[in-house]
Design a protein around this ligand. Structure first.
Ligand SMILES: Cc1cc2nc3c(=O)[nH]c(=O)nc-3n(C[C@H](O)[C@H](O)[C@H](O)COP(=O)(O)OP(=O)(O)OC[C@H]3O[C@@H](n4cnc5c(N)ncnc54)[C@H](O)[C@@H]3O)c2cc1C
Length: 99
């Protein structure tokens, strides 16, 4: 039956790039033509819209396991700071410190 294999992303109404099954594309998987800001390469876990990240099962090509969903969520915290810093909105100096 493959219960739970359909992502609940339809509410986004195409605002973020997704694969043919509705899983959101992130990082290098986002085609240049789908970028909200052409030329601005998404960070890992970042969607086609700068500053919007996707982790866990809803993300295209994710591993679909509890441990990886949690790990990606932890990574996203740092990556959000990286994006804000790149936009000049935050100073991220998280080395050795909890965000
Ligand atoms: C039958 C089955 C068995 C599995 N067995 C294992 C296993 O043995 N080991 C393992 O590691 N993994 C297993 N998995 C996979 C694991 O459950 C998932 O990888 C993990 O739960 C993903 O976490 P997530 O936070 O990305 O998504 P989810 O746990 O699916 O959480 C997403 C949440 O968002 C909510 N949501 C959806 N849309 C909206 C919305 N518009 N607004 C607000 N909330 C919304 C949903 O209700 C849900 O609570 C199994 C999955 C299934 C379906």
């Amino acid at each position: 039956m493959f219960i739970g294999a359909t992502p609940c992303t339809e509410w986004l109404d195409g605002q973020l790039a997704a694969d043919d099954h509705g899983f959101l594309l992130t990082g290098d998987d986002v085609p240049p033509s789908a970028l909200d800001h052409p030329g601005q390469q998404p960070l890992p876990l970042e969607t086609s819209r700068p500053g919007v990240f996707c982790v866990g099962d809803a993300r295209s090509r994710s591993i679909k396991r509890v441990a990886t969903a949690i790990g990606e969520g932890s990574m996203a915290v740092r990556l959000v700071f990286d994006r804000l810093e790149a936009m000049g909105l935050a100073i991220a100096d998280l080395d050795g410190a909890d965000p």
